[in-house]
Ligand binder design. Sequence first.
Ligand code: DGL
Length: 267
Amino acid sequence: MNEKRPIGLFDSGVGGLTVSRHIFRYLPEESTIYFGDNARVPYGSRSREELMTFAAQILTFLLSRGAKYIIFACNTNSSLTLPAMRRRFGVPMIGLIEPGAAEAARVTRRGRVGVIATEATVKSGAYQAALKAAAPGLEVFAQAAPRLVPLVEGGRFGTRESLEAVREYVEPLKKAGIDTLILGCTHYPFLWEEFRTALGPEVVLVDPAEATVKAAREELARLGLLGGPGGPVEHRYYVSGDPLPLVAAARRFLGLDGVRVEKVTLD
Ligand code: DGL
């Protein structure tokens, strides 16, 4: 199959780049179109109604640019808007929650799984439900971490400030004796070293994006939507606010120099 249209992905800002890197690795023949809604970041403190409006606008944009398949590169939207958007738009879509939960259920040794995520994701109960569905005996400990997204958007990862913030948020999870932690917000893999330092080497860190992109690859194959070999591969980036944070994060996190990011207005 040779379906050259791009995969669309979206997030509130730079977090979705942690999903892009797995697309580049596992789906190297796919073009992508990325939307970072950084004029309205953070999403984690917003209501479901607001997020529904934003998601519908972004999906309309991505589909108008020819997206053949959508990866929700945002846990908050994966938790709160994905089922409704699937019903509304007739395109195949995947989110991070089920693949991330299944991966955590697979790797946990003692069945004590932590989830760190935005307030909205934690409150939605989506990970808690998906983990119980994946393995009913699991003990799940969820922690909201509202200070982390602004730190990452501001490029302040790898700092003393980010380490202190992560230390504070994981303290209750450490006390609960988790053996596995789901990084349940796509901004958090930018803070991988901070989590590793704060939790020590024993706790397994799960980035749901990896399992999600592998599941997307299977679904694309099943639907006859894989890009296939040959032809140009192109990655386009759009934001609703300042393009610079995405340019900087792509450089620091993905080693991509000078990506072109275009600002667009959605309505
Ligand atoms: N990166 C998104 C997530 O995975 C949204 C974070 C936010 O804007 O609060 O939840």
